[in-house]
Design a protein around this ligand. Sequence first.
Ligand code: ASP
Length: 352
Amino acid sequence: MKLIRLLIIIFSFYIMACHSNSQEKPDAEQKTTAEAKEPGPITLVIHGGAGTIKKENMTPERELAYREKLQQALNTGYAVLENGGTSLDAVTETIQILEESPLFNAGRGAVFTSDGKNELDASIMNGATGEAGAVAGVTTLKSPILAARTVMEKSPHVMMAREGAEAFAKEQGLEIVDPSYFYDENRHNQLQKLKENQEKDGTAYLDHHPDYKFGTVGCVALDAQGNIAAGTSTGGMTNKKWGRIGDSPVIGAGTYADNNTCGVSSTGHGEYFIRYVVAYDIAALMKYKGLSLEEAAKEVVMQKLVEKGGTGGVVALDRQGNVAMPFNTAGMFRGYIKEKDKPMVFIYKDEN
Ligand code: ASP
């Protein structure tokens, strides 16, 4: 009898021990989940185009206007992230600030096609899910980046073009404007100047011209949840032929985002960025070759593109919030923000 009682006592202790162990486990699990949810670093990086941007060709007023607009864009995106917003919202809102400014070749202030029109391209990608959206050759959508995002979120497609994209955007309630909304006199003069050059020396694009800069806008953001998003918006290249589509709406060339590697937005001579799949190539070098963000971005922009004669640059960031902004032109409007009220903005080559 004594022995049986002893066995019962031992068994009860055993059951209690098991029970308390099994209670510890969810606690431990909860702890790791809580740790995983701890907000991470937030970072945002932007560009406003690369090209022949030299101090001697810039007036102090114009330079200040660029710096202030870039700072405003960075502060806007940072505020979204700081308030717990997603990287997708930060990218969309930041790019909208730049689209609305005639200083940049996107939205208002877009460059002109050879037949004197503004045809806009944009794309956006969600690095958490791999979803992407793009519009190409649109002429009446006030915010091409928002249209790209709407294609991503509200359609089964990735890229929509011209009248089809416009009809879809209208159906979704996006703001439609008259094509004259995008008109900017300076841009129009650039087209005239280029046409004269073309007659004189056959220069087809302004990128060989000393005054030339691209002016496309782009943004990559990392939110507190560790999600990366990237977006790009442009009017393309001055004097482009009717229907020409550049790299900006091409996922993998102008825009790419993957939480496991990086987010990238490109600017430059689009034909080269498409051929050499620039944005994806940077992510692929990180993924398959184990390069750091800085190494991968430099290899593509400063080596591969330079060897092929492709001018331009990229802005990129990784999950740790590291930022890379290489360019192989004289300058690139660029900047990043990692701390509230501390937007860092650069234009020329020798600024850091
Ligand atoms: N990449 C753009 C394009 O080729 C131009 C630019 O970056 O400014 O359309």
